[in-house]
Write a protein that binds this ligand. Structure first.
Ligand code: MN3
Length: 203
């Protein structure tokens, strides 16, 4: 089995006041852990066992709902924890900053587009910034635990930044106020990590 459940790369209270300790602890030790455990159980003893997540997602339309939902949940949270951090916020620099301006007009225009994707995703899901096969940037959202690596997604690419808009990600602190949670998210984005993801996603 080549999958491991990752430790959170910072303390549970490190993202306060934007995301509270209890939300982070339950989110990581209960929700994320459950996706991981159920994903492992779903692939164990099958031909998917020794494939990479990218390989599994590229043919997710042929996989079971358990693999799709829990494999997505495992991967999506791995990425989410990594692109957040206690010293986050601000704006990207360098090539990623240039490409965001080129693709969306300005950093502020990009944020508006991403906020809309996150706020308008009905029910549970994610907002994404992805790199498409032609190396262009794309903002989109997905339902449930789907992601842009999946062959079922309408805007396929390599996600370099994601925002969890399931209620479990924000309800304890923000209740029904998803837009307040989305605004708080920008104070936490680790742009160095997103830039790193961007460089790796380029083909
Ligand atoms: Mn979640």
């Amino acid at each position: 089995m080549n999958f491991e459940f990752p430790a959170l790369p910072y303390a549970y209270d490190a993202l306060e006041p934007h995301i509270d300790r209890m939300t982070m602890e339950i989110h990581h030790t209960k929700h994320h852990r459950a996706y991981f455990d159920k994903f492992v159980a779903a692939i164990q003893g099958t031909e998917l066992e020794n494939k990479s997540l990218n390989e599994i997602f590229a043919q997710i339309s042929k996989a079971s709902a358990a693999v799709r939902n829990n494999g997505g949940g495992f991967f999506n949270h791995n990425l989410f924890w990594e692109i957040l951090g206690p010293n986050g916020g601000g704006a990207p620099v360098g090539k990623l900053a240039e490409e965001i301006s080129k693709a969306f007009g300005s950093f502020e225009d990009f944020k508006t587009k991403f906020n809309d994707a996150a706020a308008n995703r009905f029910g549970s899901g994610w907002a994404w910034l992805s790199v498409k096969a032609d190396n262009s940037l794309c903002v989109c959202s997905s339902p449930n635990q789907d992601n842009p690596l999946m062959d079922v997604h309408d805007c396929q690419g390599t996600p370099i930044m994601g925002l969890d808009v399931w209620e479990h990600a924000y309800y304890l602190k923000y209740q029904n106020r998803r837009p307040d949670y989305i605004n708080a998210f920008w104070n936490l984005v680790n742009w160095e990590k997103v830039s790193d993801n961007y460089e790796k996603a380029l083909k």
